[in-house]
Design a protein around this ligand. Structure first.
Ligand code: HEC
Ligand code: HEC
Length: 411
């Protein structure tokens, strides 16, 4: 019997020897483990961590939202579809970083503000997958469309809290300052389940929207409800309309889960700039301001009051004005949203830019559909209101270009 043999062996050993050997083997084990496990990445290298300074209750809600966002995979039994694009939030927003051309959403059929004549054919969003027994959608003949890569989801709690007055103050619809850059908010209708803040500014029943590549969404609740509905085919009390039948059905996700996911998105920390002490990078930032990149990619904004004190009255560094700009004909996809025209795009925040390859398979996929494969290519694609700034970039010496790009990679 092997057990007896072991007992016998132990009887032969002196107690001190046993203790010493246990100690040695645990040290060996610990050392081996620390070699196997990669060191935890530094806070500045990740995008999916929580804000600092959350209360215990806020941290608990962050965790609940994190699980719903990343780990809850929808199946047919949980209400998936019948037509859908993906089965979880996290499958498109891995690590909350930018997605790739393989995780895009396609929207089609809306060409101006008179509406979408392809709504009965599945518009505006393409659900290109389906559960068994149903047909996935295809883009109808004659419909123009736009593809969107998933943006990084960090720091959105800050973006949500920029007061409308600050966004309006940055806009210059008639280019009164003559810099060739106008910038307008996306005025759009907001669904009734969304609470409009007291200081929100409205025009003919429309509000200033700010989320999404065309800034067509008002806040994170609307974005989350839409994503469940349009991306996963999941209804909620907020939006009970089934994406396939167009009929109102029982909620497939609870209000609590929706609220937890919204809280999770609000409490994701803002990306942290790296190498701030580096002189080259400091020079690169000055160039960025000099050649007018900062006219749209506004370095610094402030939040308004929030019951989450870690977000309340804070200065932050997103490099966006949250406004729409005419980006020229090469970036015109022939698709509109809210008051955004076919050639208008919201200035994307540049914070976290240098961390993009981490969630894009080691590569860059920039601009709304990921068509730019490097930062320089993205700059070269700027047209319309940004043409002058692009020309300024082209005039820079090779070393100055390099400094500018180093700065952008540090964001
Ligand atoms: C099929 C891929 C896919 C899935 C699934 C998905 N998203 Fe997205 N998400 C995107 C894309 C693409 C965009 C950009 C859309 C746009 O700009 O209009 C986006 C935009 C967002 C934004 C706006 C960010 C910004 O910077 O304005 C938020 C927030 C968001 N998604 C949350 C969610 C949540 C919550 C879920 C799950 C309920 C989810 N997403 C599911 C692809 C996806
Ligand atoms: C007139 C406003 C404007 C100016 C000026 C401008 N940009 Fe942009 N930038 C935008 C918009 C809008 C987009 C998004 C276009 C799209 O998605 O198709 C963008 C996209 C980018 C992107 C890609 C970001 C991403 O996440 O995909 C980078 C990088 C960038 N700009 C850097 C710069 C630099 C550097 C300059 C100065 C040389 C500059 N921009 C000047 C408005 C501007």
């Amino acid at each position: 019997m092997p057990n007896l043999t072991i007992q016998y062996m132990f009887k032969q050993l002196k107690p001190t020897y046993i203790i010493v050997s246990i100690l040695i083997s645990s040290i060996v084990f610990l050392v081996a483990c620390s070699e196997l496990e990669p060191a935890a990445p530094a806070d500045e290298d990740i995008l999916d961590g929580p804000l600092e300074g959350l209360t215990n209750a806020q941290s608990a809600q962050f965790l609940a939202g994190d699980i719903a966002f990343n780990d809850e995979i929808f199946t047919k039994d949980k209400g998936l579809g019948p037509v859908f694009v993906a089965t979880s939030c996290g499958s498109c927003h891995a690590g909350d970083g930018k997605g790739t051309p393989f995780t895009t959403l396609t929207r089609f059929g809306q060409v101006d503000h008179t509406g979408n004549k392809f709504l009965h054919l599945g518009g505006p969003q393409l659900q290109n997958r389906s559960i068994p027994g149903f047909n996935p959608e295809t883009i109808p003949t004659g419909a123009t469309f736009s593809k969107f890569t998933p943006p990084a989801n960090t720091g959105l709690g800050f973006i949500e809290l920029v007061p409308d007055s600050a966004i309006l103050a940055l806009s210059d619809p008639n280019d009164m300052n003559g810099d060739g850059i106008s910038g307008v908010p996306n005025w759009n209708t907001v669904p009734s389940y969304v609470d409009i803040l007291e200081n929100a500014i409205s025009q003919n029943g429309k509000y200033i929207c700010r989320l999404g590549k065309k800034a067509s969404t008002f806040n994170l609740l609307q974005q989350t409800v839409n994503a469940y509905n349009q991306d996963i085919g999941i209804t909620s009390t907020f939006n009970p309309i089934d994406v396939y039948s167009g009929h109102s059905i029982d909620p497939e996700v609870s209000d609590k889960t929706v609220r937890d996911v919204v809280a999770y998105l609000q409490m994701l920390k803002a990306p942290i700039q790296r190498e701030t002490e580096n002189v080259e990078i400091e020079n690169g930032k000055n160039l960025f301001i000099q050649i007018k990149c900062a006219a749209c990619h506004v370095p610094q904004l402030q939040t308004d009051f929030s019951i989450i004190s870690a977000l309340s009255y804070k200065t932050f560094y997103p490099y966006t004005d949250l406004l729409l700009h005419d980006m020229g004909s090469d970036l015109d996809d022939g698709y509109t949203e809210g008051s955004a025209k076919t050639y208008e795009w919201r200035t994307p925040p540049l914070w976290g830019l240098g961390l993009s390859p981490g969630s894009q398979g080691g590569k860059y996929f920039l601009m709304h559909d990921g068509r730019a494969k490097s930062i320089e290519e993205a700059i070269e694609m700027h047209g319309g209101e940004a043409a002058q700034s692009k020309n300024n970039f082209q005039q820079l010496s090779a070393t100055d270009k390099e400094k500018l790009i180093q700065f952008l990679k540090s964001l």
